[in-house]
Design a protein around this ligand. Sequence first.
Ligand SMILES: [Zn+2]
Length: 129
Amino acid sequence: MYELMIKMNFDAAHKLCGYRGNCANVHGHTWIVEVTVAGSKLNSLGLLIDFKELKKIVGRIIEQLDHSYLNELPAFAHGGEMSNPTAENLSCYIYKKVKAELNSNYPEVKLSRVNVWESPTSCASYWEE
Ligand SMILES: [Zn+2]
């Protein structure tokens, strides 16, 4: 198997509703997003997927998050499918969007995992078995 990882980042604000502590206040992070894909078959150039193409896919997704107030996005807003824009929920949110893109455009490339770092020492991951 081959595995590739790309790393991108975006800046966005959030707050954690219902949290007791200073994370309940609006604050920002430079979120680091790591996307890992895997596959066993390389193309004729010896690539699993062009890093540039993977970055384009992830870039289109995080572009919608960049410089936003994450709590206002439909997925995280009151009544949305996710309770709060935590690193955990963001990793799942990004995973599902990247997975849909890969499934339709690169069916042989499997999404392994999405890591979301909210600080240099705190990371949440989402993957599906
Ligand atoms: Zn935070």
